[in-house]
Design a protein around this ligand. Structure first.
Ligand code: ADP
Length: 325
């Protein structure tokens, strides 16, 4: 991707996005809602032509050579594309015809791909009888049927429970390792971005970070300490003066990056008795990288509580009983 710019009317969606994805890499596009992931995905999958810039995939310019490119890439959209009234094999049969595959060769390929996604024994069953995870795997099989070297997936784990999500990631890794497929995944989930070989983090249509999860987290020195207090600016100033350490106030919380954070927390609590309402200390996460690069949190507060609620419901926990399961 080179200097991709896109606008919807007056609204800028992408402001000069550039990155390269390497062969047989599991590459992530991470960004909060509205950061431009879907717009970028539509450009990559040839559904939309950017206002400026070049998207080059397998040597084809997505804007100039879309039909050739479509033969060579596999795309799994967020919205369901399988026909629930058809069996798994019938869904793939139709998909194969769209790609000009027929007869015995197609049958063989269908059997192979169903085995690959763990649905061989369900080939003759209607997709409506499948679990959410199995339906997603059938979507994946559709995207892979014609043997693409590049697979694009838009938030592929939406609506899946944690077990099915882990399975799907397992398949993506197998594809990368055994068939050397290049996989590009969009996600707004940090835990998924952590599983990518490399990723870009988007914010307001710009790349704010690019690298392996480890590299990105390494830029943060030591542990991340977050303090809650009534007057964060005042406390941050006092810590700066007394301990000669950098502090940041992000959305009402004081944040400090520091080696041996556990010892520093003790010093802080002793130095400012009664001023600190809550302390958290953690190893750096991709969200910390996002905060460092943008100065604001990844989630808005309401999104965070919705996301946590969704995760809790998906993992079978009932509100108010965290930790029981
Ligand atoms: P994401 O997928 O990361 O949530 P999008 O690519 O959907 O981000 O959106 C990027 C920006 O473009 C947002 O400001 C969004 O409101 C805007 N946008 C997206 N689609 C349209 C559209 N069809 N018309 C107008 N604005 C849009």
């Amino acid at each position: 991707m080179r200097d991709i710019v896109h606008r919807y009317g007056e609204r800028a969606a992408l402001n000069g996005v550039s990155f390269e994805v390497r062969p047989a890499e599991l590459f992530g596009l991470l960004g909060p809602n509205g950061s431009g992931k879907t717009t970028l995905f539509r450009i990559l999958s040839t559904l939309m032509v950017p206002v400026a810039g070049r998207a080059l995939i397998l040597g084809h310019n997505a804007a100039e050579d879309p039909s050739q490119l479509r033969r060579e890439i596999g795309v799994v959209f967020q919205a369901q594309s399988i026909d629930l009234k058809l069996t798994a094999a019938e869904n793939l049969m139709h998909q194969g015809h769209l790609y000009g595959l027929r007869g015995a060769a197609l049958k063989k390929r269908i059997a192979e791909i169903l085995a690959r996604v763990g649905l061989a024994d369900r080939a003759k069953e209607k997709a409506e009888t499948f679990s959410g995870g199995m339906q997603r795997r059938l979507e994946l099989a559709k995207g892979l049927l014609h043997g693409p070297k590049v697979l694009l997936l838009d938030e592929p784990t939406t609506g899946l429970d944690p077990g099915a999500r882990r399975d799907l990631w397992q398949y993506l890794r197998i594809l990368r390792d055994e068939e050397r497929v290049t996989v590009l995944v969009t996600t707004h989930l940090m835990e998924e971005a952590e599983r990518c070989d490399r990723l870009v983090i988007l914010n307001e249509g710009r790349v704010v970070a690019l690298g392996t999860p480890t590299e990105l987290k390494r830029e943060i020195g030591g542990d991340v300490i977050v303090l809650e207090t009534k007057d964060p600016e005042r406390l941050a100033g006092k810590i700066r003066t007394q301990f000669r350490t950098d502090t940041n106030v992000v959305e009402g919380q004081v944040r400090i990056e520091r080696e041996h954070g556990h010892r520093f927390v003790t010093d802080l609590v002793e130095a400012f008795p009664g001023e600190i309402d809550a302390v958290s200390i953690a190893k750096p996460s991709l969200e910390d990288v996002f905060i460092r690069r943008t100065g604001h949190r990844f989630w808005t507060e309401s999104e965070e509580s919705t996301a946590k609620e969704t995760l809790r419901l998906r993992s079978g926990q009932t509100p108010g009983h965290e930790g029981k399961h």
